[in-house]
Design a binder for this molecule. Structure first.
Ligand code: FE2
Ligand code: FE2
Length: 192
């Protein structure tokens, strides 16, 4: 038997700021609606929502130290911008502290930070929910919300561009994997 959502909420609340907690609950609500609309299993994604940012408020030093300790590859880009590691760390924390390792949950959490060329539909819906949840700024969210129901890949492309634009404006590093993923989606888009 897995951990119950209510327990997981209490667990998360003890680890992150109130704003981050509200964001996570927002992702939970948004991903549930998106998953049901697209007929994807929402159960692992609901758990993913409460786990995905559990390491988001770790210091840079802690992110790198835990990654090294737990055998996660630390690339030079991760040293430059340790926050890129927070999804991969969350996967290990879920397993170690909660015994959670459901594959669809794991891959949604692992790839939510930077995206990945091998993302499944379920992973993509999670990536979108992270950007679309109700505590995000209103304007662009509305448009993206409509696209997310019509064309998931096009919505993901838009979400990537929003994320990359935000990282550029705030002077933060973009994971090279994000560009690989974006190129793949663009190619798929132009072929059909
Ligand atoms: Fe995150
Ligand atoms: Fe998030």
């Amino acid at each position: 038997m897995g951990v119950m959502e209510s327990e997981l909420k209490i667990w998360l609340q003890a680890r992150v700021s109130d704003g981050r907690y509200q964001h996570s609950v927002g992702v939970l609500e948004t991903v549930t609606a998106l998953a049901r609309f697209h007929e994807v299993d929402d159960a692992p994604l609901r758990l993913a929502a409460l786990l995905h940012d559990c390491a988001r408020e770790y210091s840079n030093e802690d992110l790198v130290a835990h990654a090294e300790e737990w055998g996660i590859e630390v690339r030079s880009v991760d040293r430059q911008s340790p926050v890129l590691l927070h999804g991969k760390l969350a996967v290990i924390i879920a397993e170690r502290e909660l015994g959670l390792s459901e594959p669809a949950m794991v891959s949604a959490v692992r790839w939510h930070t930077a995206g990945h060329p091998q993302m499944t539909l379920s992973d993509k819906l999670f990536y979108l929910a992270d950007v679309l949840e109700p505590t995000r700024p209103e304007g662009w969210v509305l448009e993206l919300r409509a696209i997310a129901h019509e064309d998931v890949d096009r919505a993901v492309l838009t979400a990537i561009d929003i994320n990359v634009g935000h990282l550029n404006r705030t002077g933060r590093t973009v994971d090279p994997v994000t560009y690989l993923f974006r190129d793949l989606l663009l190619r798929a888009d132009s072929t059909g």
